[in-house]
Design a binder for this molecule. Structure first.
Ligand SMILES: Nc1ncnc2c1ncn2[C@@H]1O[C@H](COP(=O)(O)OP(=O)(O)OP(=O)(O)O)[C@@H](O)[C@H]1O
Length: 365
Protein backbone atom coordinates (compact mmCIF):
# COMPACT_ATOMS: atom_id res chain seq x y z
CA UNK A 1 0.00 0.00 0.00
CA UNK A 2 1.70 3.23 -1.00
CA UNK A 3 0.58 6.79 -0.57
CA UNK A 4 1.51 9.57 -2.94
CA UNK A 5 1.08 13.18 -1.85
CA UNK A 6 1.68 16.33 -3.90
CA UNK A 7 -0.28 19.25 -2.45
CA UNK A 8 -0.32 23.02 -2.10
CA UNK A 9 -2.29 25.14 0.28
CA UNK A 10 -1.80 28.59 1.82
CA UNK A 11 -2.85 29.33 5.38
CA UNK A 12 -2.41 33.09 5.74
CA UNK A 13 1.35 33.47 5.98
CA UNK A 14 2.12 29.74 5.78
CA UNK A 15 2.59 27.93 2.47
CA UNK A 16 2.26 24.17 2.41
CA UNK A 17 3.92 22.78 -0.71
CA UNK A 18 4.52 19.17 0.12
CA UNK A 19 5.30 16.27 -2.19
CA UNK A 20 6.39 12.80 -1.10
CA UNK A 21 5.70 9.10 -1.55
CA UNK A 22 5.11 6.91 1.46
CA UNK A 23 5.98 3.32 0.53
CA UNK A 24 4.67 0.25 2.34
CA UNK A 25 5.71 0.29 6.00
CA UNK A 26 5.83 3.10 8.55
CA UNK A 27 6.50 6.51 7.03
CA UNK A 28 7.37 9.06 9.67
CA UNK A 29 6.69 12.73 8.96
CA UNK A 30 9.24 14.55 11.05
CA UNK A 31 9.68 18.28 11.50
CA UNK A 32 9.69 21.08 14.02
CA UNK A 33 6.55 22.45 15.56
CA UNK A 34 4.69 24.43 12.91
CA UNK A 35 6.48 22.81 9.96
CA UNK A 36 3.19 21.56 8.50
CA UNK A 37 2.99 17.90 9.55
CA UNK A 38 -0.56 17.99 10.89
CA UNK A 39 -1.76 19.95 7.86
CA UNK A 40 -0.37 17.20 5.62
CA UNK A 41 -2.04 14.42 7.62
CA UNK A 42 -5.33 16.31 7.71
CA UNK A 43 -5.14 16.77 3.95
CA UNK A 44 -4.65 13.03 3.50
CA UNK A 45 -7.56 12.33 5.87
CA UNK A 46 -9.84 14.77 4.04
CA UNK A 47 -10.14 17.21 6.95
CA UNK A 48 -8.23 19.96 5.10
CA UNK A 49 -8.72 20.63 1.40
CA UNK A 50 -5.59 21.53 -0.56
CA UNK A 51 -5.88 24.25 -3.22
CA UNK A 52 -3.83 22.33 -5.74
CA UNK A 53 -2.35 18.90 -6.29
CA UNK A 54 -3.38 15.32 -5.69
CA UNK A 55 -3.32 12.49 -3.18
CA UNK A 56 -3.52 8.83 -4.17
CA UNK A 57 -3.48 5.69 -2.08
CA UNK A 58 -2.33 2.64 -3.94
CA UNK A 59 -3.56 4.17 -7.19
CA UNK A 60 -6.94 5.14 -5.69
CA UNK A 61 -7.48 8.90 -6.07
CA UNK A 62 -8.44 10.49 -2.74
CA UNK A 63 -8.01 14.03 -3.94
CA UNK A 64 -7.26 15.65 -7.27
CA UNK A 65 -7.70 19.39 -7.71
CA UNK A 66 -7.51 19.10 -11.50
CA UNK A 67 -10.51 16.76 -11.75
CA UNK A 68 -12.21 18.20 -8.65
CA UNK A 69 -12.09 14.84 -6.95
CA UNK A 70 -12.34 15.12 -3.17
CA UNK A 71 -13.47 11.93 -1.46
CA UNK A 72 -15.25 12.60 1.84
CA UNK A 73 -13.50 11.48 5.01
CA UNK A 74 -15.55 8.30 5.49
CA UNK A 75 -14.89 7.09 1.94
CA UNK A 76 -11.11 7.39 2.16
CA UNK A 77 -10.76 4.13 4.13
CA UNK A 78 -8.20 5.58 6.52
CA UNK A 79 -7.87 5.08 10.26
CA UNK A 80 -6.95 8.22 12.20
CA UNK A 81 -5.35 8.22 15.66
CA UNK A 82 -4.94 11.65 17.24
CA UNK A 83 -2.75 12.94 20.02
CA UNK A 84 -5.57 12.44 22.52
CA UNK A 85 -7.60 9.26 22.33
CA UNK A 86 -11.00 10.90 21.64
CA UNK A 87 -12.90 7.88 22.92
CA UNK A 88 -16.63 8.09 23.59
CA UNK A 89 -16.91 8.47 27.38
CA UNK A 90 -20.43 7.01 27.58
CA UNK A 91 -19.45 3.76 25.85
CA UNK A 92 -17.47 0.78 27.14
CA UNK A 93 -14.10 -0.13 25.62
CA UNK A 94 -15.79 -2.91 23.65
CA UNK A 95 -18.40 -0.52 22.24
CA UNK A 96 -15.75 2.05 21.41
CA UNK A 97 -13.82 -0.63 19.55
CA UNK A 98 -16.84 -1.74 17.58
CA UNK A 99 -18.06 1.75 16.74
CA UNK A 100 -15.70 2.45 13.86
CA UNK A 101 -16.24 -1.00 12.42
CA UNK A 102 -20.00 -0.39 12.39
CA UNK A 103 -19.72 3.08 10.86
CA UNK A 104 -17.25 2.01 8.17
CA UNK A 105 -19.34 -1.06 7.35
CA UNK A 106 -16.10 -2.90 6.61
CA UNK A 107 -15.31 -4.46 9.95
CA UNK A 108 -14.70 -8.16 9.70
CA UNK A 109 -11.83 -8.28 12.18
CA UNK A 110 -12.52 -9.86 15.55
CA UNK A 111 -12.34 -7.23 18.32
CA UNK A 112 -10.89 -9.92 20.60
CA UNK A 113 -7.97 -10.43 18.20
CA UNK A 114 -7.29 -6.71 18.08
CA UNK A 115 -7.66 -6.56 21.87
CA UNK A 116 -5.02 -9.28 22.24
CA UNK A 117 -2.69 -7.55 19.77
CA UNK A 118 -2.83 -4.31 21.76
CA UNK A 119 -2.97 -5.85 25.24
CA UNK A 120 -6.44 -4.48 26.06
CA UNK A 121 -8.45 -7.72 26.20
CA UNK A 122 -8.89 -7.38 29.97
CA UNK A 123 -10.35 -3.89 29.57
CA UNK A 124 -13.25 -4.64 27.20
CA UNK A 125 -16.02 -4.12 29.79
CA UNK A 126 -14.48 -1.00 31.32
CA UNK A 127 -15.79 2.53 30.85
CA UNK A 128 -13.20 4.67 29.11
CA UNK A 129 -12.91 7.35 31.83
CA UNK A 130 -11.20 4.83 34.11
CA UNK A 131 -8.42 4.01 31.62
CA UNK A 132 -4.85 5.28 31.93
CA UNK A 133 -3.58 7.50 29.10
CA UNK A 134 -1.61 4.61 27.59
CA UNK A 135 -4.58 2.23 27.76
CA UNK A 136 -6.92 4.80 26.24
CA UNK A 137 -4.51 5.38 23.37
CA UNK A 138 -4.27 1.63 22.71
CA UNK A 139 -8.08 1.47 22.59
CA UNK A 140 -8.04 4.38 20.11
CA UNK A 141 -5.55 2.48 17.95
CA UNK A 142 -7.71 -0.66 18.20
CA UNK A 143 -10.78 1.33 17.18
CA UNK A 144 -8.96 2.66 14.12
CA UNK A 145 -7.77 -0.86 13.22
CA UNK A 146 -11.26 -2.30 13.44
CA UNK A 147 -12.50 0.03 10.73
CA UNK A 148 -10.22 -2.06 8.46
CA UNK A 149 -8.44 0.95 6.97
CA UNK A 150 -6.16 0.77 3.97
CA UNK A 151 -3.72 2.92 5.92
CA UNK A 152 -3.40 4.23 9.45
CA UNK A 153 -2.72 7.93 10.09
CA UNK A 154 -1.20 8.61 13.49
CA UNK A 155 -0.64 12.21 14.53
CA UNK A 156 1.70 12.32 17.54
CA UNK A 157 -0.14 9.39 19.18
CA UNK A 158 2.24 9.32 22.14
CA UNK A 159 2.66 13.06 22.67
CA UNK A 160 0.22 13.31 25.57
CA UNK A 161 1.81 10.39 27.45
CA UNK A 162 4.63 10.58 30.00
CA UNK A 163 7.92 8.71 29.55
CA UNK A 164 6.93 5.38 31.18
CA UNK A 165 3.55 5.30 29.32
CA UNK A 166 5.37 5.97 26.04
CA UNK A 167 7.77 3.12 26.76
CA UNK A 168 4.78 0.88 27.52
CA UNK A 169 3.00 1.57 24.23
CA UNK A 170 5.93 1.55 21.77
CA UNK A 171 6.28 -2.25 21.72
CA UNK A 172 2.58 -2.51 20.78
CA UNK A 173 3.17 -0.21 17.84
CA UNK A 174 6.11 -2.38 16.78
CA UNK A 175 3.90 -5.49 17.03
CA UNK A 176 1.17 -3.72 15.08
CA UNK A 177 3.56 -2.95 12.28
CA UNK A 178 4.95 -6.46 12.22
CA UNK A 179 1.73 -8.46 12.57
CA UNK A 180 -0.83 -6.48 10.59
CA UNK A 181 1.44 -5.34 7.77
CA UNK A 182 -0.71 -2.20 7.72
CA UNK A 183 1.06 0.87 6.34
CA UNK A 184 1.19 3.83 8.70
CA UNK A 185 1.75 7.55 8.19
CA UNK A 186 3.12 8.59 11.57
CA UNK A 187 3.70 12.17 12.71
CA UNK A 188 6.15 12.89 15.48
CA UNK A 189 8.92 15.16 16.56
CA UNK A 190 10.28 12.58 18.97
CA UNK A 191 13.48 11.09 17.61
CA UNK A 192 13.32 7.92 19.73
CA UNK A 193 9.98 7.07 18.09
CA UNK A 194 11.44 7.78 14.65
CA UNK A 195 14.38 5.50 15.29
CA UNK A 196 12.23 2.65 16.59
CA UNK A 197 9.33 2.72 14.18
CA UNK A 198 10.23 4.35 10.88
CA UNK A 199 10.89 2.33 7.75
CA UNK A 200 10.84 5.56 5.73
CA UNK A 201 11.34 9.16 6.85
CA UNK A 202 10.06 12.39 5.34
CA UNK A 203 11.63 15.52 6.84
CA UNK A 204 9.50 18.64 6.57
CA UNK A 205 10.59 22.22 7.12
CA UNK A 206 8.38 25.25 6.55
CA UNK A 207 5.83 23.22 4.62
CA UNK A 208 8.34 21.65 2.24
CA UNK A 209 10.01 18.25 2.13
CA UNK A 210 13.73 18.71 2.61
CA UNK A 211 14.78 15.05 2.62
CA UNK A 212 13.18 11.63 2.46
CA UNK A 213 14.51 8.11 2.46
CA UNK A 214 15.46 5.15 4.62
CA UNK A 215 16.20 5.95 8.30
CA UNK A 216 19.73 4.58 7.98
CA UNK A 217 20.49 7.23 5.35
CA UNK A 218 18.43 10.20 6.50
CA UNK A 219 19.41 10.02 10.19
CA UNK A 220 23.13 9.84 9.40
CA UNK A 221 23.10 12.66 6.88
CA UNK A 222 25.24 15.33 8.57
CA UNK A 223 23.40 18.04 6.65
CA UNK A 224 20.15 17.06 8.39
CA UNK A 225 21.55 17.31 11.91
CA UNK A 226 20.40 20.92 12.33
CA UNK A 227 16.84 19.89 11.54
CA UNK A 228 16.90 16.67 13.55
CA UNK A 229 18.41 18.38 16.59
CA UNK A 230 22.03 18.09 17.67
CA UNK A 231 21.25 16.23 20.89
CA UNK A 232 19.17 13.66 19.05
CA UNK A 233 21.56 13.19 16.14
CA UNK A 234 22.59 9.59 15.73
CA UNK A 235 22.48 6.45 13.65
CA UNK A 236 20.08 3.54 13.51
CA UNK A 237 21.78 0.19 12.94
CA UNK A 238 20.32 -3.18 12.06
CA UNK A 239 21.76 -5.89 14.26
CA UNK A 240 21.33 -9.59 15.03
CA UNK A 241 21.43 -10.86 18.60
CA UNK A 242 24.35 -13.29 18.68
CA UNK A 243 24.74 -14.16 22.39
CA UNK A 244 23.51 -13.35 25.88
CA UNK A 245 26.03 -13.30 28.73
CA UNK A 246 25.32 -13.90 32.40
CA UNK A 247 26.91 -10.59 33.42
CA UNK A 248 24.05 -8.58 31.93
CA UNK A 249 25.35 -8.01 28.44
CA UNK A 250 24.21 -9.15 25.00
CA UNK A 251 26.45 -9.43 21.94
CA UNK A 252 25.04 -8.11 18.68
CA UNK A 253 26.39 -8.72 15.20
CA UNK A 254 26.45 -5.65 13.00
CA UNK A 255 28.07 -5.22 9.62
CA UNK A 256 31.29 -3.77 11.12
CA UNK A 257 31.74 -6.52 13.75
CA UNK A 258 30.27 -7.15 17.15
CA UNK A 259 28.99 -4.77 19.80
CA UNK A 260 27.97 -5.37 23.40
CA UNK A 261 24.87 -3.83 24.91
CA UNK A 262 22.98 -4.25 28.19
CA UNK A 263 20.80 -7.37 27.95
CA UNK A 264 18.54 -7.16 24.93
CA UNK A 265 15.11 -8.67 25.46
CA UNK A 266 15.14 -10.80 22.30
CA UNK A 267 16.30 -14.34 21.53
CA UNK A 268 19.57 -15.21 19.82
CA UNK A 269 19.10 -14.78 16.08
CA UNK A 270 16.50 -11.98 16.43
CA UNK A 271 16.85 -8.98 14.15
CA UNK A 272 16.78 -5.77 16.10
CA UNK A 273 17.41 -2.12 15.54
CA UNK A 274 19.68 -0.02 17.72
CA UNK A 275 19.97 3.73 17.92
CA UNK A 276 23.44 5.06 18.64
CA UNK A 277 23.61 8.75 19.49
CA UNK A 278 26.38 10.87 17.98
CA UNK A 279 27.24 12.22 21.42
CA UNK A 280 27.93 8.67 22.70
CA UNK A 281 30.56 7.93 20.05
CA UNK A 282 34.16 9.03 20.51
CA UNK A 283 36.96 8.67 17.96
CA UNK A 284 40.53 7.38 18.12
CA UNK A 285 43.09 7.28 15.32
CA UNK A 286 44.73 4.08 16.65
CA UNK A 287 42.95 1.09 18.16
CA UNK A 288 42.72 2.00 21.85
CA UNK A 289 44.00 -0.41 24.49
CA UNK A 290 43.33 -0.60 28.20
CA UNK A 291 39.97 1.10 27.73
CA UNK A 292 36.82 0.31 29.69
CA UNK A 293 34.54 0.91 26.68
CA UNK A 294 33.72 -2.45 25.10
CA UNK A 295 32.72 -1.36 21.63
CA UNK A 296 35.52 -0.42 19.26
CA UNK A 297 34.67 -0.40 15.57
CA UNK A 298 37.03 0.34 12.68
CA UNK A 299 35.61 3.19 10.60
CA UNK A 300 36.44 5.66 7.84
CA UNK A 301 35.51 9.34 7.90
CA UNK A 302 33.04 10.22 5.16
CA UNK A 303 32.36 13.85 6.06
CA UNK A 304 33.03 16.43 8.73
CA UNK A 305 30.55 19.25 9.39
CA UNK A 306 31.59 22.21 11.48
CA UNK A 307 28.91 24.30 13.12
CA UNK A 308 29.24 27.63 14.87
CA UNK A 309 29.87 26.10 18.30
CA UNK A 310 32.81 24.09 19.60
CA UNK A 311 31.49 20.77 18.25
CA UNK A 312 31.75 19.04 14.90
CA UNK A 313 29.67 16.22 13.48
CA UNK A 314 31.62 13.41 11.84
CA UNK A 315 29.93 10.98 9.48
CA UNK A 316 31.56 7.55 9.48
CA UNK A 317 31.40 4.39 7.42
CA UNK A 318 31.64 1.33 9.65
CA UNK A 319 31.22 -1.85 7.66
CA UNK A 320 28.08 -1.30 5.63
CA UNK A 321 26.61 1.02 8.25
CA UNK A 322 26.88 4.73 8.78
CA UNK A 323 27.47 6.28 12.16
CA UNK A 324 27.66 9.84 13.43
CA UNK A 325 30.08 11.07 16.06
CA UNK A 326 29.94 14.43 17.80
CA UNK A 327 33.36 15.55 18.95
CA UNK A 328 34.99 18.88 19.69
CA UNK A 329 36.50 20.95 16.94
CA UNK A 330 39.73 20.86 18.94
CA UNK A 331 39.82 17.03 18.91
CA UNK A 332 39.03 16.97 15.20
CA UNK A 333 41.99 19.26 14.54
CA UNK A 334 44.39 17.47 16.91
CA UNK A 335 43.53 14.02 15.54
CA UNK A 336 43.38 15.28 11.96
CA UNK A 337 39.85 13.94 11.50
CA UNK A 338 39.32 14.74 7.83
CA UNK A 339 37.45 13.07 5.00
CA UNK A 340 39.00 9.68 4.20
CA UNK A 341 40.79 9.32 7.55
CA UNK A 342 40.81 5.81 9.03
CA UNK A 343 39.86 5.73 12.70
CA UNK A 344 38.07 3.78 15.43
CA UNK A 345 34.61 4.59 16.72
CA UNK A 346 34.38 3.87 20.45
CA UNK A 347 31.15 3.50 22.40
CA UNK A 348 30.31 2.51 25.96
CA UNK A 349 27.91 -0.44 26.19
CA UNK A 350 25.78 1.24 28.80
CA UNK A 351 25.34 4.34 26.64
CA UNK A 352 22.48 2.66 24.75
CA UNK A 353 19.27 2.64 26.75
CA UNK A 354 16.51 0.05 26.35
CA UNK A 355 14.24 2.68 24.80
CA UNK A 356 16.69 2.94 21.91
CA UNK A 357 16.40 -0.73 21.03
CA UNK A 358 13.59 -1.98 18.79
CA UNK A 359 13.10 -5.72 18.87
CA UNK A 360 11.26 -8.04 16.54
CA UNK A 361 12.13 -6.34 13.28
CA UNK A 362 11.93 -8.21 10.05
CA UNK A 363 15.03 -8.50 7.93
CA UNK A 364 15.59 -5.51 5.75
CA UNK A 365 13.68 -3.02 7.86
N1 LIG B 1 -6.63 26.42 9.59
C1 LIG B 1 -5.53 27.16 9.66
N2 LIG B 1 -5.57 28.50 9.60
C2 LIG B 1 -4.45 29.26 9.67
N3 LIG B 1 -3.22 28.75 9.82
C3 LIG B 1 -3.10 27.42 9.91
C4 LIG B 1 -4.23 26.55 9.84
N4 LIG B 1 -3.80 25.28 9.95
C5 LIG B 1 -2.46 25.34 10.09
N5 LIG B 1 -2.04 26.63 10.06
C6 LIG B 1 -0.64 27.09 10.19
O1 LIG B 1 0.15 26.26 9.38
C7 LIG B 1 1.41 26.02 10.00
C8 LIG B 1 1.65 24.52 10.11
O2 LIG B 1 0.80 23.99 11.10
P1 LIG B 1 0.74 22.43 11.42
O3 LIG B 1 -0.19 22.25 12.57
O4 LIG B 1 0.47 21.69 10.18
O5 LIG B 1 2.24 22.16 11.88
P2 LIG B 1 2.85 20.93 12.67
O6 LIG B 1 4.18 20.65 12.04
O7 LIG B 1 1.89 19.81 12.72
O8 LIG B 1 3.06 21.55 14.10
P3 LIG B 1 2.99 20.85 15.57
O9 LIG B 1 4.13 19.87 15.62
O10 LIG B 1 3.18 22.00 16.49
O11 LIG B 1 1.64 20.21 15.69
C9 LIG B 1 1.38 26.74 11.31
O12 LIG B 1 2.03 27.99 11.17
C10 LIG B 1 -0.09 26.92 11.57
O13 LIG B 1 -0.32 28.06 12.36
Amino acid sequence: MSLSVDIRRSFGGFDLRTAFDAPEGVTVLFGRSGSGKTSVVKSVAGLVTPEQGNITLNGRVLFDAATRTDLPVHKRRLGYVFQDSRLFPHLSVQDNLCYAARVSGRGVKDPREVGALLGISHLLDRRTHSLSGGEAQRVAIGRALLSEPDMLLMDEPLASLDGPRKAEILPYLETLRRETGLSILYVTHNMAEVARLATHIVLIDEGRVVRSGAPEEVLTDPDMVRLLGIRDAGAVLSATVSRHYSDGLSALAISAGEIMLPTVDAPVGAKIRVRILAQDVILARARPEGLSALNILPARVLAVRRGEGPGVIVQLQAGEDRLLARITRRSADTLNIIEGAECYAVMKSVAVSQTDIAVGLQTGL
